[in-house]
Design a protein around this ligand. Structure first.
Ligand code: SF4
Length: 367
């Protein structure tokens, strides 16, 4: 038996300059935060607040709302007053909305100084208003909106082009003495996101917001984001994340929280360890795992529940979990904290697991 290799030491966290976004610290040694964007019309205050409440309950730390119209800008005071988490206004072309967002109590504003300069050179005024209100600005670039001059020079939205664009945008504010800046460089290719953020991390001290933009539908987008964020965060790079999916914001937040939990950067919630199934299956494991997942939706205690399809690996995994079932011959052997406590017919497995979970939760009420 060869000696076990010790795990490699974790990479030290990159020490970015810390910002305060409302009551959430970003950068430095602050926990990595999860963001998403609302998909409602921002001007529809009730619908927007409802969506913010849903994502907050799922673990979202900071919410961004798009502000493309005057009605959206006018709705910001009502939203910031009632939102349970800090609100970032996302503004592209209209400098006047930036001032409205700051006055409305937005905790930060996402701006594109390159765009604003094209239309109305008010970068200095924005820097002053943000500094006076102590409101950080998020800047940066998406591959799809890269400055045409940089695109022509680099031939494509390469990592170097994205970083050059972001640092140029930062310099527009730095010229006016403003440096409460967070940067995001986004691309649909996770490997370009990794390369760009590594480069950016080596060239500035600003906190970095990670995102694989236009990542795709839920499965594809979650995988792409997990790959990029997993690499970068394990290297200590990244201060906030957003999983951009063609799916509701709630799914984006759940995916972001899962990624952080897998990396040990956020406490785990309830976890289901279920086997993939193989030719030895003695139960419809996919159906059983789905039923267990549905039964435990929203269960607040961070239990690990093993749902296993046969006796090859079943007892081992079920014993190692807080709660588990090893299935076989129309029955399920129920394990609690490593011990077999019952064998029940297949139809009773889910209910029995739920009963035992509630009992465990009562015995140790601290989730
Ligand atoms: Fe196959 Fe059994 Fe392993 Fe499930 S637990 S994958 S059924 S060997």
């Amino acid at each position: 038996q060869p000696p076990a290799m010790p795990p490699p030491p974790p990479e030290p966290r990159r020490r970015s300059r810390q910002l305060r976004i409302g009551n959430v610290l970003v950068g430095g040694d602050a926990p990595v935060s999860v963001q998403t964007m609302t998909t409602t019309n921002t001007a529809d205050v009730d619908a927007t607040l409802q969506q913010i409440a849903e994502v907050t309950a799922a673990g979202c730390d900071i919410i961004r709302v798009a502000v493309p119209t005057a009605d959206d800008a006018a709705a910001l005071p009502a939203i910031t007053a009632r939102s349970p988490i800090p609100v970032i206004a996302d503004i592209h072309f209209q400098p006047r909305y930036v001032f409205q967002a700051i006055d409305a109590g937005c905790a930060a504003v996402r701006v594109n100084p390159g765009n604003i300069r094209k239309f109305d050179d008010r970068v200095e005024d924005i820097a002053k208003a943000a500094a006076d209100a102590r409101v950080p600005l998020r800047i940066g670039v998406n591959a799809g909106s890269l400055d045409p001059r940089l695109l022509a020079r680099h031939g494509a939205a390469t990592a170097e082009a994205l970083v050059e664009s972001a640092l140029w945008e930062a310099s527009l504010f730095e010229e006016h003495g403003f440096s409460d800046i967070k940067i995001a460089v986004k691309h649909h290719d996770p490997l370009v996101v990794v390369a760009a953020n590594r480069l950016l991390a080596s060239r500035c001290v600003y906190p970095l917001h990670l995102g694989v933009t236009e990542a795709g539908p839920t499965l594809q987008g979650s995988v792409k984001s997990a790959v990029a964020f997993g690499i970068l965060l394990s290297e200590g790079i990244g201060d906030t994340i957003r999983v951009s999916l063609s799916a509701p914001p709630l799914e984006q937040v759940k995916a972001g929280c899962h990624i952080l939990a897998c990396l040990g950067l956020r406490p785990r919630k309830l976890e289901i360890v279920s086997c993939p199934g193989c030719g030895r299956l003695q139960v419809d494991i996919h159906k059983l795992a789905t039923r267990v997942e549905a039964a435990f939706g929203g269960f607040p205690h961070p239990l690990r529940i093993a749902v296993m399809g046969c006796v090859v690996n079943g007892p081992g995994e079920a014993r190692a979990a807080d709660l588990g079932v090893s299935s076989g011959n129309g029955k399920g052997q129920i394990f609690v904290k490593g011990k077999v406590i019952a064998t029940v017919p297949e139809a009773q497995i889910v209910n029995r697991l739920l009963e035992e979970a509630l009992r465990l939760a009562q015995e140790d009420p601290t989730p």
